[in-house]
Ligand binder design. Structure first.
Ligand code: GUN
Ligand code: ZN
Length: 431
């Protein structure tokens, strides 16, 4: 058994109101106990229900201990071209993303990038991610293999894309169906891995292919669906032209049975009120991607609308459309996006979004996203005094809210003192 001492924060529910203290527990100088990959205790030091004598305490006093971050939308094949200059979504895909994704036909390249990718997740304190691979089934195999080795909870799928893309990156409705099916049978539910059927977005799938995706979801009802939705104005116009029979962007997916409780739609920046209502009716989830929406000039996510409709919402870094793996930096941008809309993103709620909110968006809250006993020991330690300026700022932080706000506005991967997955340390000091 391993014991960790520090300021422990764990959520039980969405702190819709900042004052709703029942939504989370905070144990200053508390104890987290981990045994055989699972959390066995989380609470006050004086209430530990077993003798701690034979177990050394890892002392992180003054630092925060919380569940690992959950990234609900990210592209592992785009890490090589992250931070590519000057374009918005549709041109950016053609000029930067597609050429890089072609390289993933090579299994060795995919395996190397999968390794770099998981390392970077852990360096940033992310312990679970819902990930786009490329159209090549081998790219999903490479990432699943790496995640299996790292004992992490990870979800991915091969992209489905049969039009409006370079020929080497396209499949067909038939090959998309058969290749996805094979991957589902091979990986879904193996260890901590899950499969997500992954039509890239409406522009790059024919009706026949969306129908094939719907068939897969019917045949494997607990498999996930991930795609992009309503990210960029020119994208939305193009979807309307390609699907004149549809009643809007979400309806394109909904007609084929792709909107359900296991569906995660990335972006949702320009949803109409009707679409928010349908999202709620279908119990579909949103991956909100602030760094990406600013970097690609896509628009400002409406937090209040998403929250007021009660839609399960998580954070997505959307690397490489997003320019950072850091969930802290994404919270930083999320706060500013809310400001530009005249809204506030309270830090207590922000860290909920990054942990339990993400886990709920992925229907995985019984396993991850909290420090509840019985959950996987996927957790992080964050140092709010990482830089000289943060140290100075923290002298004036007297509340949990202010400490969290300092972390989200000034923090990045350097603040992640350590990351543990399945009870094992996967980020060492100063890595
Ligand atoms: N829409 C379709 N493909 C992509 C992608 O790779 N990144 C982002 N941000 N949006 C997309
Ligand atoms: Zn994306």
């Amino acid at each position: 058994m391993d014991l960790f001492q520090g300021d422990i924060l764990t959520y039980h529910a969405d702190p819709e109101e900042p004052a709703r203290e029942s939504a989370y527990s905070f144990f200053p100088d508390g104890i987290l106990a981990v045994d055989d990959g699972r959390i066995v205790y989380c609470g006050k030091k004086e209430n530990v229900p077993f003798s701690t004598e034979n177990h050394p305490i890892h002392d992180y006093s003054g630092q925060l201990i919380m569940a690992g971050f959950v990234d609900t939308h990210i592209h592992y094949p785009q890490i090589g071209m992250i931070a590519s200059y000057g374009e918005q979504l549709l041109e950016w895909l053609q000029r930067y993303a597609f050429p890089e994704e072609m390289k993933f036909a090579d299994r060795a390249y995919a395996a190397m990038m999968a390794r770099e990718f998981t390392n970077e997740l852990f360096r940033n304190g992310t312990t679970t991610a819902l990930v786009f691979s490329t159209v090549h089934p081998g790219s999903a195999d490479a990432l699943f293999e790496e995640a299996m080795k790292r004992e992490m909870c990870l979800l991915t799928g091969k992209i489905l894309m049969d039009r409006n893309a370079p020929e080497p990156l396209t499949d067909t409705p038939e090959s998309a169906y058969h290749e996805s099916r094979k991957l589902i049978e091979k990986w879904h539910g193996k260890g901590r891995l899950r499969y997500a059927v992954t039509p890239r977005f409406a522009i790059t799938s024919s009706r026949e292919q969306l129908e094939a995706a719907g068939r897969l979801l019917k045949e494997f009802p607990d498999v996930y669906l991930q795609t992009h939705l309503s990210e960029n104005p020119r994208e939305i116009t193009s979807v309307a032209e390609l699907f004149p029979e549809s009643g809007g962007y979400l309806d394109v997916y909904d007609r084929y049975g792709l909107a359900g409780p296991k569906s995660v739609f990335a972006h949702c920046v320009h949803l109409t009120d009707d679409e928010f209502r349908v999202m709620k009716e279908r119990d579909a989830a949103i991956a909100c991607c602030p760094c990406s929406n600013l970097f690609l000039g896509s628009g400002l996510f409406d937090f209040e609308k998403a929250f007021s409709h009660g839609i399960r919402t998580g954070l997505g870094t959307d690397v490489g459309g997003g320019n950072s793996f850091s969930v802290l930096m994404n919270l930083n941008e999320a706060y500013k996006v809310a400001q530009l809309r005249g809204q506030q993103l309270n830090p207590i709620r922000a860290f909920y979004l990054a942990t339990l909110g993400g886990a709920r968006a992925l229907s995985l809250e019984q396993e991850i996203g909290t420090l509840n006993p019985g959950n996987y020991a996927d957790f992080i330690i964050l140092n709010p005094r990482t830089t000289p300026l943060m140290k100075l700022r923290m002298k004036q932080a007297t509340t949990l809210t202010d400490t969290l706000f300092t972390l989200m506005m000034m923090g990045d991967d350097r603040c992640v003192t350590g990351t543990w997955v399945n009870g094992k340390r996967v980020k060492q000091p100063a890595s």
